[in-house]
Design a binder for this molecule. Sequence first.
Ligand SMILES: [Zn+2]
Length: 218
Amino acid sequence: MAATRAADTARVQCAAVSKLYFRYAAMNAGKSTALLQAAYNYEERGMQVRMFTAAHDDRAGSGVVASRLGLARAAETFGPDTVFDAAWLAESPAAPVACLLIDEAQFLTPEQVRQLHRLAHVHDVPVLCYGLRSDFRGDAFPGAAALLTLADDLEEMKTICACGRKASMNLRVDDQGRRVNEGEQVVIGGNERYRAVCPGCFYSDDDTDPARAPGLFG
Ligand SMILES: [Zn+2]
C-alpha cells in the first residue's frame, strides 16, 4: 500500500513537471505572432503570463513584442544580467505565473537557459522561448545552442525563401540591399537588415557578386 502511494506520488510529481520549449526559425517566420497568440490563449483562460524580449532589440521600441501582422504588446525586457531564478519568480508581480514567454530568445545567455530549464522542472513553470537558431554567418547564437541542447520540446517554425524552398538561414544586408558577410553577431543600432533564405541561396553567392544572391530577391 505504502509502495503504491509512493508510486502514485512520484507519478503525480512527474505529471506536474513543466517543460522548456524552443520554437526556432529564420527571420520573419511569425515567431512574435505565435508568442502573442500563446499569451492570449493563457489569458483567455484567466491565467497570467510574463512576456519578455531582449533589452537591446529596439526594432519596435524597448519592451515591445511586435508581430509583423500588426499586433504589439508591452513586454518586460531581459539583458545578460537578468536572473531567472526561484527568488525572482517568487517576487513576480503576476503571481501565480502560468507561463513565461520569451521573444528573441537567441539573446539569452547559456546560464539563463539553464535557469529557465530549472524553473520549468523544479518550479513547474512552463517556459516558451521563441528565437533564431543561427546568425548571418550561419553560426549558432549561444542562447540558441543552449536551448537546442536543453529544451524538452523543439519545433522549427517554417518560412519560405524567395526561391520557394524552406528558409532556415539568415542573410544580413546593408541599406543598399548588399549582402554583409562580416561583422559582429549582434549590431546594436546598426542599419543592417536581414532576409530569411534557404541554404542553397545562402551559399549561392560564394563565387559571385554578393548583390546577385537569389535570396536577395524581393
Ligand atoms: Zn532559396
